[in-house]
Design a protein around this ligand. Structure first.
Ligand code: ADP
Length: 189
């Protein structure tokens, strides 16, 4: 049986959101994207949104305590009880530790961390293309560069973290969406 408590890890532009949406359809469990939730908070002008906006526009990570609060609240909702696809959380070791502590409290375990690997030139090309299509305010060249640096410094260590926890599956993120989706399916089943 396929794992149902999943985490998608990878640099900006690796295709986490795209693959998460495919898994939502196939597995019938919710996608939990801190990026989407933070953008919604910014649009709604909530206190979290007001705090997060300047970090997001600059391509910096939003402070751990803010994001951990948002993710915890979402993970405690009923529909996450039978499984979830985390997309964009955790992004730091402190967030990963907070997630472990929460899952322990909820008496569940993360079953698989899918790490999507894509080389950097391809990533920047994808993000610039997305900037044209979606007009996301953080998809400009400078913010993209900062997001890559943030990824390398703060998020990439999670690959080793989840490898040590015995749940890491590395998946080549190059190729068309369906092809990558098949690889992901293979990795989680
Ligand atoms: P991408 O991965 O393509 O950059 P996301 O939508 O996942 O896009 O995230 C957009 C922005 O939201 C990030 O650059 C960051 O500012 C903020 N963000 C999202 N998730 C987190 C997180 N777990 N920790 C800190 N900041 C986050």
């Amino acid at each position: 049986m396929a794992a149902r408590r999943l985490l998608l890890l990878g640099p900006p532009g690796a295709g986490k959101g795209t693959q998460a949406k495919i898994l939502v359809e196939r597995l019938g469990i919710p996608q939990i994207s801190t990026g989407d939730m933070l953008r919604a908070a910014v649009s709604a002008g909530t206190p979290v949104g007001v705090e997060a906006k300047s970090y997001m526009d600059a391509g910096k990570l939003v402070p751990d305590e803010v994001v951990i609060g948002v993710a915890e609240e979402r993970l405690r909702q009923d529909d996450a009880g039978s499984g979830f696809i985390l997309d964009g959380f955790p992004r730091t070791v402190a967030q990963a530790e907070a997630l472990d502590a929460l899952l322990e409290k909820l008496s569940v375990r993360l079953e698989c961390c899918v790490s999507l690997t894509v080389d950097e030139d391809e990533l920047v090309g994808r993000l610039l293309k997305r900037a044209e299509i979606e007009g996301r305010s953080d998809d400009n060249e400078e913010s993209i560069r900062t997001r890559m640096q943030e990824y390398r410094a703060k998020t990439e260590p999670l690959v080793a973290y989840y490898r040590e926890h015995g749940v890491l599956a590395e998946v080549d993120g190059l190729g068309d969406i369906e092809e990558v989706a098949k690889r992901v399916e293979g990795a989680i089943s």
